[in-house]
Design a protein around this ligand. Structure first.
Ligand code: ATP
Length: 551
């Protein structure tokens, strides 16, 4: 429960509910005192009609006040729950963004989505229902039991014995359900992840004829989920049964002992009736607790995973401003490991301002890792990257990335229009600037031929465009972004000769006046670069300066 109690606003909500519970207690006492008195005087006489009507008026006022207190509790709890949901979702998303692409690449998209979307919903259920329920159950029954003890010690004793017993039984059933609830949460996460993976890999599954197998695996996961959900429901029914049985039994016990003493003349009618009216008030919050307990357990399973995500150490966030003017970047004996896996070892490399460097090497040589280090997605395991003599890790990361344009091998296009894709480079650009960027990237002609031009929807991940068209949109983004430093990761590896020539021409225009790092398998791209560095097995095998003759 600890991480749940640390949720924003939960303590304030608990204190408010405690205040409202005290108010409810006072109102309940007043309400049932009036009812007992009205019935007593009506049966035995002794009140003038005006006194009776005053009592009825008072009863109506108290009833209204109780309803209002109940309403305030509902509204307050709903607001706090919505706030917690919003805030925790924002915290998780910020944390995922801060942890960066390296963290995300090691996760299953479906599980993360499940945690951010469904996990936050579960917190809403906990804060909106379980917290007020628990506070009411902690405040009202003890006060009511003490009141009954004062009015009629025997009935009070029955309540003081049976109440805690029911709570202990509830706790035992809850502990049994704890593992089932966690299993339910994990299974749901796996099911969502499996579904997202299936959707993403559908073309591969179809090509290899494995879609039926995948469907069967999803069905098995679905069956697992159904099984654990039934297990959770079984324990929920069990706790409801324990509560109903316990409260009915002890209500009956109080009623019998009160009835016997009433007939024997040992207890006045009004007091006996009052005690009987208070007994359901005593069990009411405990009954509600049984239902809300389930929401609390579901939230706990999700909150433990959230805590794991939120406690992950975020790579160093520097605070220094990025130096203005031309940027000289130096890798000094930089090594990088992904866990136990070495990717780079003692890499020393200098990118002079305005120079063009080609980083070549076989697959797995560590080229993309150099780009990720430069983008600040991963910190070096040893050594340091310097920007104008300042360690990159000390620079403010957002301001640093604002100086870089990165064109990856497979640029990602978000659902939206062609214009939206280009505007990602600079959201405040005008239409004329967007068109100019597209023209420079040799994208304007194909965009104009699309059914709705710049307003054409590109589909999920740019599914309605070819690989070369997607790449040209990514270049248009880079033109619009207009930064000092440009990183091109395998920019032409997937293109035919004609597209490659056109993209190379666009790249040439884009590179003018910038510091460029081009990553490639092939040395064929060497024309126009000032420096060619060869990586092999994570080490610099050779680095040579060239004449820098432009292609
Ligand atoms: N997220 C990761 N976790 C673990 N190991 C990784 C990760 N990313 C890369 N590696 C490993 O680090 C090494 C360097 O990978 P990197 O992607 O930098 O090579 P590359 O030269 O860009 O390869 P390619 O040309 O095939 O893209 C490889 O052995 C790779 O398996």
């Amino acid at each position: 429960m600890r991480p749940l109690l640390q949720l924003p606003g939960v303590r304030v909500l608990a204190m408010t509910c405690a205040g409202l519970a005290l108010l409810s207690f006072a109102l309940a006492l007043t309400q049932w005192t009036l009812v007992a008195r009205i019935v007593d005087r009506t049966v035995w006489g002794g009140w003038a009609p005006s006194a009776l009507s005053h009592a009825f008026l008072g009863l109506a006022a108290v009833w209204l006040a109780r309803s209002m207190v109940g309403g305030v509790r509902e509204v307050w709890a709903a607001r706090a729950a919505a706030r917690v949901k919003r805030e925790m979702r924002a915290r998780m998303i910020t944390q995922i963004l801060n942890l960066g692409p390296l963290f995300v690449s090691g996760q299953r998209a479906g599980e993360l989505t499940e945690l951010v979307v469904e996990g936050a919903e579960r917190l809403e259920g906990f804060v909106g229902r379980a917290v007020p329920g628990m506070v009411y159950a902690a405040v009202l029954p003890p006060l009511l039991a003490l009141t009954v003890l004062w009015l009629d010690p025997l009935s009070g004793l029955i309540l003081l014995l049976t109440g805690p017993l029911i709570v202990v039984l509830l706790w035992l059933v809850g502990s049994m359900a704890d593992r089932a609830t966690k299993a339910q949460w994990w299974t749901l996460g796996r099911l969502s992840a499996g579904f997202v993976d299936t959707l993403r890999g559908l073309p591969t599954l179809v090509v290899f004829g494995r879609e039926q197998e995948r469907l069967a695996a999803l069905r098995t996961q679905d069956d697992d989920y159904r099984r654990v959900t039934l297990g959770v429901l079984r324990t929920a029914f069990l706790s409801a049964f324990v509560l109903e049985f316990g409260s009915t039994l002890s209500t009956a016990l109080v009623a019998v002992t009160v009835g016997v003493r009433l007939f024997e003349g040992g207890l006045p009618f009004e007091r006996a009736f009052f005690v009987l009216l208070l007994v359901p008030e005593f069990f009411g919050p405990l009954r509600a607790l049984g239902a809300d307990h389930h929401a609390g357990m579901e939230a706990r399973a999700a909150s433990e995973q959230m805590a794991l995500l939120l406690e992950q150490a975020v790579p160093g966030q520097g605070r220094l401003p990025v130096p203005a003017g031309p940027l000289q970047i130096e890798f000094r004996e930089v090594s990088l490991r992904y866990g136990e896996r070495p990717a780079l070892s003692d890499v020393t490399l200098t990118l002079r301002p305005g120079s063009r460097t080609l980083l070549v090497g076989e697959s797995g040589a560590g080229k993309t890792s150099v780009a990720w280090l430069l983008l600040g997605f991963v910190p070096p395991t040893s050594g340091e990257v310097f920007v104008n003599g300042v360690p990159l890790s000390d620079l403010e990361p957002v301001a640093w990335r604002a100086r870089i344009s990165y064109v990856p091998e497979r640029p990602y296009l978000f659902p939206g229009t062609v214009r939206d894709q280009i505007l990602l480079g600079r959201p405040d650009a005008t239409d004329a600037e967007v068109v100019a960027a597209a023209q420079s990237a040799d994208a304007h002609t194909f965009i104009s031929a699309l059914p709705c031009g710049y307003d054409t929807e590109v589909g999920a991940e740019g599914a309605r465009l070819s690989g070369g068209e997607r790449l040209r949109l990514a270049l248009a983004r880079a033109f619009l972004r207009n930064t000092d430093l440009l990183i091109l990761d395998e920019p032409t590896s997937q293109l035919d000769a004609d597209s490659e020539d056109r993209i190379r021409a666009a790249l040439e225009r884009l590179s003018v006046g910038r510091t460029v790092l081009t990553i490639s398998h092939r040395t064929a791209l060497h024309a126009g670069h000032d420096q060619i560095t060869e990586l092999s097995g994570g080490q610099v095998r050779r680095s040579r300066q060239t004449a820098g003759e432009r292609a």
